[in-house]
Design a protein around this ligand. Structure first.
Ligand SMILES: Cc1cc2nc3c(=O)[nH]c(=O)nc-3n(C[C@H](O)[C@H](O)[C@H](O)COP(=O)(O)O)c2cc1C
Length: 340
C-alpha cells in the first residue's frame, strides 16, 4: 500500500507473524526504497515482498488535464495551496527501482498497473526472486502468464485503492469483476498460482477464496487500521466511522480508477475527472496533503475496500494470528460439512 501506508514496520510485523509483509515502492525514490529494504531486513529475517508500479504510457487527449486543473482551482484556494505539476514524471522511477531489486535481490516482487517485460521477469527469477503481477480480468492474467511471472494476483472490484488494470480506458467505469467470479475465470485461463485480493477482512473469507482455487489471499484494508500502518489517523478512523457508508471507484484523486470512501472531494470531482494517470495524481497531491494536514477527511483520498467496516484496530502481528485462527476454524467447519 503506497502513499506512506506500508513501510518497514508494517511489513516486518506481518512477516514476523507468519504472513508475507510487503513494502510499497510506489511514489518513493529508488534510494528511498533501498533504505526501506535495509530497515526491513534489520527488523526481520523472514521473507517479504516489494511492490512496484509499472511506467504509464503517454495520455493522448490534450487539454483534459488543463480543464480538470481549472475545475480544481477552488480546492487550491480553499486549502491555501498550489496545484501540483501534472508533468512531474510518469515512470515512477521504474528502471532505477528494478536496478535496486536486481542488485540486492528480495524474496518476492509484485507489479501493479501493467506487465513487466519477459526479460525483466527472467532477470528477477535468475536473481532468486518470486514474481507476481496484478490482473483484473482473465485476459490480463493470460498476459501475465505469457510474460513469465510466477503467479498472478486476481484483484476483484471490491479491492481498496487502485485497480491494477493493465491499460486504463475511459470505459473502466467501476463495472469490474467481483472476486469470486474473477478467481474462477482466471483459474480456468492460466496454470500459474492465483493470489486473491479484494474485500477480504476475515479468516472465513480466506477459506472461501482458497476453496475457490486461490493459492493465497492478499489483504490491504484490513491492515490499514493497524498501529504499524502509516495511514493518517483520520483515514484510519474513517474506515469504521458511520459517517462513511460506502466506497466507490473514482478517478478524482489520481486519474486511474481507485476505490475509496465516498467523501466530498470524490462526490464533487469524480464525475468529470479524466483518465490521466499519473498527471492527475501529481496535480492533486498538494491538495490531499493539505487536507490531511488539516485533518479534513472530506478532501483526502480515503482508500478503502468494500469490507472497510470490518476493519479491526489490532497490532498487525496480532491481526495475522487472529486471521489464521479464523481460517483454521472455517476450514474445520467446511470439513464438518458447513459453517457453525
Ligand atoms: C491504501 C491502499 C493503498 C494501496 N496501494 C497499493 C499499491 O501501492 N500497490 C498495489 O499493488 N496495490 C495497492 N493497493 C491494492 C492492494 O494491493 C489490494 O489489491 C487491495 O488492498 C485488496 O483489497 P482490500 O483493500 O479490500 O483488502 C492499495 C490498497 C489500499 C487500500
Amino acid at each position: 500500500m503506497a502513499g506512506g501506508v506500508s513501510g518497514p514496520e508494517l511489513a516486518a510485523a506481518v512477516s514476523e507473524a507468519g504472513g508475507l509483509g510487503f513494502l510499497a515502492a510506489g511514489y518513493k525514490t529508488a534510494d528511498g526504497v533501498y533504505q526501506e529494504i535495509k530497515r526491513l531486513r534489520s527488523l526481520t529475517d523472514r521473507p517479504f515482498g516489494v511492490n512496484v508500479f509499472m511506467p504509464q504510457p503517454e495520455y493522448a487527449e490534450s487539454g483534459a488535464v488543463e480543464v480538470y486543473a481549472h475545475q480544481l482551482a477552488g480546492e487550491a484556494a480553499w486549502y491555501e495551496t498550489e496545484l501540483g505539476d501534472p508533468d512531474s514524471g510518469r515512470d515512477d522511477g521504474y528502471d532505477a527501482k528494478l536496478a535496486v531489486l536486481l542488485d540486492d535481490p528480495v524474496p518476492v516482487v509484485s507489479f501493479h498497473f501493467g506487465v513487466p517485460s519477459r526479460e525483466a521477469l527472467e532477470r528477477l527469477r535468475r536473481a532468486g526472486t518470486f514474481t507476481l503481477v496484478t490482473a483484473t480480468t482473465a485476459e490480463e492474467a493470460v498476459a501475465v502468464e505469457r510474460a513469465g511471472a510466477d503467479a498472478v494476483i486476481a484483484q476483484g472490484v471490491e479491492a481498496g485503492g487502485h485497480q491494477g488494470t493493465h491499460r486504463d480506458v475511459p470505459e473502466n467505469d467501476g463495472t469490474g469483476l467481483g472476486l469470486l467470479s474473477l478467481i474462477t475465470q482466471i483459474r480456468e485461463a492460466v496454470h500459474i498460482p492465483v493470489v486473491a485480493a479484494g474485500g477480504i477482512m476475515r479468516g472465513a473469507q480466506i477459506a472461501a477464496v482458497l476453496a475457490a482455487g486461490a493459492s493465497a489471499a492478499q489483504l490491504g484494508t484490513a491492515f490499514l487500521a493497524t498501529p504499524e500502518s502509516g495511514a493518517p489517523a483520520v483515514h484510519k478512523e474513517a474506515l469504521t466511522n458511520p459517517l462513511f457508508v460506502r466506497t466507490e471507484l473514482t478517478r478524482a484523486f489520481t486519474g486511474r480508477p481507485a476505490r475509496g470512501l465516498v467523501n466530498r472531494f470524490l462526490r464533487e470531482h469524480g464525475p468529470y475527472a479524466p483518465p490521466a494517470y499519473p498527471e492527475i495524481n501529481h496535480l492533486t497531491s498538494p491538495l490531499r496533503k493539505a487536507a490531511a494536514k488539516a485533518g479534513d477527511a472530506q478532501g483526502m483520498a480515503l482508500w478503502a475496500g468494500q469490507g472497510h467496516r470490518l476493519a479491526r484496530d489490532l497490532p498487525a502481528g496480532q491481526l495475522v494470528e487472529v486471521l489464521a485462527a479464523e481460517l483454521a476454524e472455517a476450514r474445520a467447519a467446511f470439513a464438518d460439512g458447513g459453517a457453525r
